[in-house]
Every structure is written in structure tokens, then in C-alpha cells.
Design a protein around this ligand. Sequence first.
Ligand SMILES: [Zn+2]
Length: 491
Amino acid sequence: MSGLRVLVGQIWQESHSFNPIPTAADDFAVERGPALIVAHRDAGSALGGILRAGEAAGVDWVPTVAARARPGGPVDEAFFAELLETMRAAGPVDAVCLELHGAMVSTAREDCEGDLLATLRAALGPDVPIAVAIDLHAQVTPAMVASSDVLVAYKTNPHADMAETGAKAFALLQRVLATGRRPARALAALPFLCRGNDETSHGPLAGLHARARDLCETTAGLLDLSVCNVHPFLEVSPLGQTVLATAETAEAADVAAREIAVALWALRDAFVQELPGMEATLRRVREEPQARPFVLGDQGDRVLSGAPGDATALARLALADFPDLRLAVPLYDPAAAAACFAAGAGAEVTLAVGGGVTPGQSPLQVTGRIRALGPGRYVHRGAYMTGVPVELGRTAVLQVGGLALLLTSRAPFVQDPAAYEAHGLPLAELDAVVAKSGYHYKLAFAGEATPVTVDTPGLSSYRLEDLPFRRGRPVHPLDPAELNTRKNLAR
Ligand SMILES: [Zn+2]
């Protein structure tokens, strides 16, 4: 491997097709050229794993660009096209190794990763091997498989094996370079969407992954089995779960993909989750003072799944029926934040807040006192995304009775106690805070608050029948649908 020129880069964003606010260039953290290697050499991401494996092998990196943003609406097409062109223009190289998410759409295209890989294949020719590490929540498309030689996904949710996945993608690339042989692949497409209960350490996926690991250990020539449980808020075709097998022979890939796909298809109705409602949850906060503070996962309006973060239902119910509770709720509303900055700290204001983006939600009329104004910056201090800084944009804290509203200028990427502490709202002074997350917030608040994920309305609720899916149908549970396995995609 020594002396081989390997193109390396990262484009990472999970898109929510139904969020009307595009993800813009300035929502991304970006490093270009050699700065990419300095920034990610020690990272716990797939890119970090790729870089460490490649350095151990002595490759000469051709660093292009690393760009990542929080989940949100489709990525601005001009920005994506510029990233794509940066990677396309980097050649000549001997090989490519990338970290991509796999569920990214732009404002003009529905398969960003497939288009990027096809562009690289066309630019570099058929002989330059391309390896990619992807997220477990990717929508793997035939175009992504056809234009790559190696495509491997995380095996855990929540994701604890990102760096390992990057290292595996690089190891399989090394194998292609050493042997000159491309692996065979088989991709099975399962047209169904998960509605929760899809963690890998327990529930239906635990047994499925155990079987997949067992197959990889005992089947001669089987190199990888990636099971992707697509993030279910994509307006794309095809849409659904995928199983991708990578093997030395087409037969080994086919047999393994088929077995896991049939097993996953049989589990399609097991991926559902019963959550407590808003009323029952707020009553619990009132009736169990010994369990306070609570942290309430706002399932329907999870910014961590790409929702806008402006749903008002929970704040509205708290003001109307639970005025005795000390609660903190983030709300995306740049106009309301600007109005608070204009009025100044300490002023009393009457405003309509939130509810401007999420369908079915309406602005909430409030009168309150501006408690604090700030730049909206915090650094994750809990066990999830530890040390990663966040920019919520100019943020106002508006106190309305017992309710503290965090009015943000960017989507409230709030799943850590530090988001509140940075705005003068320590957990100890509150009965409950709201996190814009359904699972990962539990890691961040562990030992500090009682977590309850609440069934709330919004664009990231698992009431999929409320979303306007058109492109990816038929898809279970919205329609009758059938399992389809695709054969051997080896070139
Ligand atoms: Zn994911």
C-alpha cells in the first residue's frame, strides 16, 4: 500500500425530506485539504477509523473535503454540487475511501450518495476501487452499490462502531488493491419502514445481528453483511430496509443476503414502540417529585431526526393545564428571538412563538419576561457527542409563568444538559426539560434526570400515515408490499 494515492473525504448529513427548511452551507462544519487529516486523525467517526487504518498501511492521502451537519431538511443543491465537484476534481488517484451518511437528499436530487459515487466512477474509470463507510440509517440504492466496490454500514444503533466501520471499509479496500479482485455483492430491498424498537442491543434486531455475525464467521468468503434500517423520513424511491452482502463469490453473497432479508422481512411488524402521551407524562412529572428532574424526549419533533424543532403542542399543554410545573422547552423561531433581542433583557413582551413550520402546529400566544439573551452556543458534556460544540444561533430565554422557552434562531439541536446550563437554566432549578431527541438524549442525561420519551405530534412522529409519502410507495405499513431480493451486483 505504501505510496498509493488514496482519495479521502466525508459528507455526512441525514436528511428529512418533509422538513421545508433546507440545510444550508453554513449549517455544515467543513475542513478542506490537509486540514481534514489534522481535524479527524483522532476522531471517533468512520473517517477517523479510515485515516488511522490508512496511515498504518502507509498510503499517501489525497484529502478532499470533510463536511457534516446535524440532521435537517434537504441540503442546498449548490453546496452539495460544490462538494461533489471538489471530490471529482481531485484525481488522479489509485483508490477512494469515503465516509458518507447514505440518507442524504438535496433540494434537487434524491440520491446524493449514488450520484456522487457515479460521478467519481465516471471520472476515475472502472479500475480505481471505491470503498465507502455508511450509517446504519442509510437508504442503500442500486446506484450506490453499482458505483462502489466496497460499501459497509455500522452494525450498532445507537452507533458505537463508527470508527470500526471506517477501518473495515479501508481493510476491504486494501484487500481489493492487494488481490486485484472486486468482491461480489448482493443487495436485498425490503419495502418497509421501522416505527421504533430498532436498537441493536435488544429487541428484534439483536437476534438478527447475532445471526449475521455468525454467518460472517462461519461462511467461507463472506466478508460483510450490512443491515440498514433506513431513517424513515425520506421522499425517495426505492425506500425501505436493505441487506447488503459482500463476499468472494456471488453465491456466498446471494445466500447470506437472502437469509437475513427473509428473517428481517418476517420481523417487519415488530418495529413499533408504545410511548406515553403528553398529558400522562406531565401528570407524572407533577405526581412524582422524587423522580425530578425529568427529561422529556419530544418524539414528534426530534431535531436529531431532522425535524424543525418548532412544534408547540407540549408547551401549549403545559401552559394551559400544568402551570405549577417548572419546565424548559426549546422552540425554533428566529423572528421571535429577534423580537426579544430588540426588546432587550428584562423586558416584558407579548409574542406568538413557534408553530410556523411543522404542519398541524400553530404559533403559541404568550406574554412573558425576557430572562436572558445569548449567542446560543453550548458544548455537549454528556456521554453523547461529548465535546462537540453546537450553534443554535441568537437565542432568547422567555419566562412565561413556570415555563422557560428557549427561542432559537437555528433548529434547536438540544439533547444535552449543557444546552440549558449555557442559558442560565440548571437542571436543579427545573421539574423537567425537553430534549429534541428520542433516544440519544438518554446517554447525555444519564444519572442526572429521569428520561421519558413522549408521543408528541410533529414531522418525526412514527405516525407515518400523517406524512405525504409518494415516491417510495408501495411501502409497508402504509401499503401492501412484497420482499424483493436483487441478485449479484459484482462487476
Ligand atoms: Zn444513524
